[in-house]
Ligand binder design. Structure first.
Ligand SMILES: *[C@@H]1O[C@H](CO)[C@@H](O)[C@H](O)[C@H]1NC(C)=O
Ligand SMILES: *[C@@H]1O[C@H](CO)[C@@H](O)[C@H](O)[C@H]1NC(C)=O
Ligand SMILES: CC(=O)N[C@H]1CO[C@H](CO)[C@@H](O)[C@@H]1O
Length: 492
């Protein structure tokens, strides 16, 4: 008897609590929705409006590029994109969110002109962000990925409260700002990705417990901590994908990035490759003529870093020379040119010299360290073959440079050289690919055996193919990807 009373009281209390929770949940969601929409409306209403000389509102396109004054490859992309938009859609006002609070708009525009030779035809409006430190890695010694991402959302909020654009483009890879601008800002969003914040390579490295950069030994030693780290990476990759796939237009800078972004974000139909403009103007200045009077010289141009795989170059060259008699061998030379950044690089050079001696090719191999740009151009102009051996390089700007300068390219059959650069043009080859000592050695032989006129045809074709990486091609591809966003606001 007692028990059943107690039981009835108990169930009554439970149902009270449940209904209370449901009601408060509904109230919370309703309140949140109201606040969200009021905030969204208020942001847009109070935001700055640009008008033309007739007092008509000008649509705005904002670029999120907190380091717009840095002068690197990413900034070249930014300025060429702005110039392209201003030329095609003069009615659209371009805006840049920047954290370079120490530079005036004039200084930033002047630097773009001096650094990249890019003249911005119209006016660019700058929105200065004070809290750029929120996205700097040094602030987050642990959970760097998550820290920087949360930081970027706060920086994005600062940007959004300062100005609400009609279209938003992130050009620095802060994918978590995309949903913010899309939902709270209420505008279509696009992004240009140079490099995925997290890559599928990283995921597999952690799960195989390999020590590498940003590793800690105590984590890779312990299965439990490694497991946690894998979970953290997977969780982060999931969030990254959820944020990234909000973009209406996704542009990536290479096939490598395309593959990673498609596997993480999962929207191949909205993802397109837009090659960034490569600065090879200096190399294009040299005339390409017959190489019959050039010395039989192979040039390898790269920093002395382990992944560049210089030993493969020496071994291949050794194999190539192996079948020749002494008088023939004397004609051939391999030049390894590159910069030495530190002690490690320097000791690598020492061991490469030792390897050359062991192989007995030291008289045919020359090392040129820390050469100047004019020496580099000189070397390129007097070499017949450019040699590249790095496995799975994401892109390979040195491969583009070698082809622009008119050498016959022999690159590694993987990564960027295989997918993006040394590919047929006009159905004709633009260079050669190899993957091991045997294939490198036999391809060297094949190239030297070609007639100068055959090589000339290939070299000219290679240079012509590089127009894919020109500013004109970039502009055309960028505008055509963004047209679905830009066209509607232009005619509004
Ligand atoms: C794409 O961006 C990454 C990171 O900046 C860079 O390493 C790579 O070379 C770029 N690709 C091209 C085609 O420039
Ligand atoms: C090459 O340059 C680097 C940095 O400028 C310097 O530290 C290094 O000592 C130089 N190495 C040689 C061999 O000149
Ligand atoms: C950042 C870091 O801790 N890197 C370490 C990763 O593991 C290698 C090999 O043990 C170390 O040399 C690095 O210092």
């Amino acid at each position: 008897m007692h028990l059943s009373v107690f039981f009835r009281l108990y169930t009554a209390m439970l149902s009270q609590i449940a209904s209370l929770m449901i009601v408060s949940g509904i109230i919370f969601i309703a309140l949140f929705t109201v606040v969200f929409f009021v905030l969204r409306k208020w942001l847009r209403r109070t935001s700055k409006v640009f008008v033309d000389e007739n007092g008509k509102k000008r649509p705005s396109l904002a670029f999120f590029h907190p380091y717009c004054n840095a002068g690197g490859g990413g900034e070249r992309v930014l300025w060429v994109a702005i110039r392209a938009v201003q030329r095609r859609y003069p009615s659209i006002q371009c805006v840049v969110y920047t954290g370079d609070t120490d530079a005036t708009p004039e200084e930033i525009i002047t630097r773009a002109r001096q650094r990249f030779n890019i003249i911005i035809p119209g006016r660019v409006e700058f929105v200065y962000l004070k809290n750029r430190a929120w996205v700097e890695a040094v602030k987050y010694p642990y959970f760097t990925l998550l820290g920087q991402s949360v930081g970027s959302v706060f920086l994005g909020l600062e940007a959004l409260f300062a100005f609400v654009p009609d279209i938003y483009i992130d050009t620095m890879g802060y994918a978590f700002t995309l949903p913010l601008f899309k939902y709270l800002g209420g505008c279509p969003v696009a992004c240009y990705v140079h490099y995925p914040t997290i890559s599928t390579d990283m995921l597999s490295r952690v799960s195989q417990r390999v020590e590498s950069h940003n590793n800690a030994t105590f984590i890779s030693r312990s299965p439990f901590l490694s497991g946690l780290k894998v979970f953290y990476y997977k969780f982060f990759a999931y969030l990254y994908g959820m944020a990234g796939k909000r973009a209406n237009v996704i542009m990536v800078n290479s096939t490598w990035t395309f593959n990673h972004i498609v596997s993480l974000w999962g929207v191949p139909v909205r993802t397109c490759i837009v090659y960034p403009p490569c600065d090879v103007a200096e190399f294009l200045k040299t005339q390409i003529t017959s190489d019959e009077n050039k010395p039989k010289q192979i040039l390898s141009l790269s920093q002395f870093r382990p992944e560049k795989d210089h030993p493969l170059q020496l071994k291949s060259f050794h194999k190539f020379l192996a079948g020749m008699d002494e008088s023939q061998r004397r004609d051939y030379k391999l030049v390894l040119a590159g910069s030495c950044r530190n002690e490690d690089d320097y000791s690598r050079v020492q061991s490469l010299k030792k390897l050359a001696e062991e192989l007995g090719i030291q008289n045919n191999v020359e090392f040129r360290l820390n050469i100047s740009f004019s020496e580099l151009k000189q070397l390129l102009s007097e070499s017949l073959i450019s040699l590249h051996t790095m496995w799975n390089e994401h892109f390979g700007i040195c491969v583009v440079e070698g082809m622009a300068a008119g050498t016959v390219m022999l690159a590694h059959n993987s990564g960027g050289p295989k997918m993006d650069i040394v590919i047929n043009h006009n159905d004709k080859p633009t260079g050669f690919l190899a993957s091991d000592v045997d294939s490198y050695a036999s391809t060297m032989k094949q190239i030297f055996a070609m007639s100068p006129s055959e090589r000339l045809e290939l070299r000219l074709n290679a240079r012509e193919s590089l127009s894919r990486f020109s500013e004109e091609e970039f502009e055309a591809a960028f505008l055509s990807c963004c047209e679905p966003l830009l066209k509607p606001v232009e005619s509004r």
